[in-house]
Design a protein around this ligand. Structure first.
Ligand code: X8Z
Ligand code: ZN
Length: 598
């Protein structure tokens, strides 16, 4: 086995003075040479890795799994070697850009393996198996093997509690087989994190926010404190309406909400409950899903609408290869990873989305979300390789959603999707619709990584994986499973980002920050009305500042980038609170005689 400090087989070693086990003192000039070579290696490998992964995710088979495992083992070995090599430069007084790059190399690996022989390969096999198991998962119901989309449709549309329970529990039969792999993966990745000087993988993940990990965790709790009152009011009203719909035997007026009644497989966004919880006499007069169908939108046209929004802000159209190479609908002839994602295969302009788009309001939102990633990727493509990423991961998730907050009735009328504008009295309806999407998400956005942090820190062991998940779901979301969970249940595994190892705090941050961006953009546009009626569609001046924020990539600490666009240096939920203020007044009034909480 090669020692890491010895440079080993690194091409970079050849560029460094002596290749002598790091014994010779390194200088800032050595650091510059090391970083340049590291970026070159990363650029080359990442294109190979991305193309392999694309091939696998758009066509899951024995062979593509095999190829992905190989590519990902090689990739892990590369990034772990580079991370270890940064140790030789520790303690040097480097220019800020170089120090930043060193820090990214050391802490930016999502799933590190230790450098001992075989560890990266074992880790890669496990992560590939976890991801394929999730993406090909099925449950047989009514004589038919249903995939996640089909089971999700039942959860979204059925009002039969028994059917809901079956679809909900059925999907969770895909994950018990993941539990052993998951536990082993955590062991390996923690070993990798410790080799790089972190106490565990949780601290490593939390080290990517330009502050100490403990401080970042406190930041998340601080933001949650700002928005928790919104969630509690929404929860209280929704629970009461579900009680009216289903009766005491299914949903009580006290305690947690039954998770399968909330219109989403993970109870993370509740938009499909709108008809059950809508304020009476505040009907916006249109339903976006219906409007899309009525105006004969198909998935490609939905993506074109998203592109047109960005064009209206002054961004160049998407490249021709985007349309040739994206996967916009689910292919009928093969297994794919349907969970939506946005890709940049060459770190320049081979940008694409991969979605199983259906013509409905949720996917219209998701199309904008994914395009946001693509426009961000293209905006920062002239930065050095290590800076070609988001200011932090919450920024990356927030870009498209921020744009989609400008999908107002006025905008929909402008593009011909609706014919008449709702009156101001319909604002409560519009806000309720948004609240079901945005406020409902917040506690879920937080609890997913609270669970993982506990697992990575060893506070949650394999025996308590499932119980810990439901404790957090109860504490933060105020929800509970529809019945006792089986002994072998591994319900975290039934959520894409757990087997997929995608960190989740990013979404919580994004859901807060997108309102911050929206408010700042509306102020730049000179908007003085209520935030939820503001659309930046067509505003090139806002587009220019927006582009400046995105162009910076990760080249500077995120507070500097935030300041560029919003004037402030802190993440702050007060814009979100302001946005929903009219709805909060209404909800408090509805809830005044109810016993809220759980
Ligand atoms: O995973 C996603 C995107 C891809 S980055 C579709 N989202 C989270 C989820 O689906 O759980 C967007 C909202 C939260
Ligand atoms: Zn995303």
């Amino acid at each position: 086995m090669k020692g890491f400090l010895a440079c080993g087989v690194s091409a970079i070693c050849m560029l460094l003075a002596g290749c002598d086990d790091g014994a010779k003192a390194k200088s800032a000039a050595d650091a510059a040479i090391f970083l340049e070579a590291a970026e070159q290696e990363l650029a080359e490998h990442s294109e190979f890795a991305a193309r392999t992964e694309w091939a696998q995710q758009t066509n899951i088979s024995y062979d593509t799994d095999w190829l992905l495992s190989r590519a990902s083992a090689i990739g892990t070995e590369l990034v772990v070697r580079l991370a270890n090599e940064t140790k030789a430069f520790e303690g040097l007084d480097l220019p800020p850009e170089q120090a930043r790059k060193m820090a990214f190399l050391r802490s930016g690996i999502v799933m590190p393996a230790p450098s001992r022989e075989g560890a990266a390969a074992e880790l890669a096999e496990i992560t590939t198996r976890l991801s394929s198991t999730y993406s090909t998962g099925k449950y047989e119901m009514k004589g038919k093997a249903l995939n996640l989309d089909e089971l999700s449709t039942i959860i979204e549309q059925s009002r039969d509690p028994n059917e809901l329970k079956e679809a909900w529990e059925g999907w969770r039969t895909v994950s018990p087989s993941m539990a052993g792999d998951y536990a082993r993966m955590v062991e390996i990745a923690n070993e990798g994190a410790r080799e790089l000087g972190f106490s565990n993988l949780a601290d490593m993940w939390l080290s990517n926010y330009d502050m100490a990990p403990e401080a970042m965790q406190e930041e998340a709790d601080r933001l949650w404190g700002q928005v928790e009152p919104l969630y509690r009011e929404l929860h209280c009203h929704v629970r009461a309406q579900l009680h009216d719909q289903y009766g005491d035997a299914v949903q009580s007026t006290s305690g947690p909400i039954r998770a399968d009644l909330l219109g989403n497989m993970w109870a993370q966004q509740w938009s499909t409950l709108y008809p059950l919880v809508a304020p009476r006499a505040a009907d916006p007069g249109y339903d976006l899903t219906e409007a899309l169908k009525q105006k004969k939108y198909d998935p490609v046209r939905m993506v074109k609408a998203g592109e047109a929004f960005f064009s209206s802000l002054g961004f160049d159209p998407l490249p021709a290869t985007f349309w040739e190479r994206s996967m916009i609908t689910r292919p009928k002839d093969r297994e794919v990873v349907c969970h939506a994602s946005a890709w940049d295969l060459d770190n320049v302009d081979d940008i694409r989305i991969k979605m199983c788009t259906e013509v409905n309001a949720e996917d219209f939102q998701t199309v904008h979300h994914e395009l946001g990633h693509n426009y961000y990727q293209r905006a920062y493509n002239k930065q050095d390789i290590l800076f070609r990423t988001g200011a932090h991961d919450g920024f990356h998730e927030a870009i498209g959603d921020f744009v989609a907050l400008s999908i107002t009735p006025e905008y929909l009328k402008q593009i011909g999707l609706i014919d008449t504008l709702p009156s101001p009295e319909a604002d409560l309806g519009l806000l309720m619709d948004r609240a079901l999407e945005k406020i409902a998400f917040l506690p879920f956005g937080l609890m997913v990584d609270k669970w993982r942090w506990g697992v990575f820190r060893g506070e949650t062991t394999p025996e308590t994986y499932n119980a810990a998940w439901w404790e957090l779901a109860k504490r933060y979301q105020g929800i509970a499973p529809p019945g006792p969970r089986p002994e072998n249940a591994f319900d975290p595994g039934a959520k894409y980002h757990i087997p997929g190892n995608t960190p989740y705090l990013r979404y919580f941050l994004s859901f807060v920050m997108q309102f911050q961006f929206h408010k700042a953009a509306c102020e730049q546009a000179g908007w003085t009305g209520p935030l939820h009626r503001c659309s930046i569609y067509g505003n090139k001046a806002v587009g220019e500042k927006f582009n400046a924020m995105m162009t910076a990539g990760a080249s500077q600490p995120w507070p500097d980038t935030l300041q560029l666009f919003t004037g402030g240096r802190e993440m702050d939920a007060s814009a979100m609170v302001e946005y929903f203020d009219p709805l909060m007044g209404w909800l408090k009034d509805q809830n005044k005689d109810r016993a809220c909480g759980w």
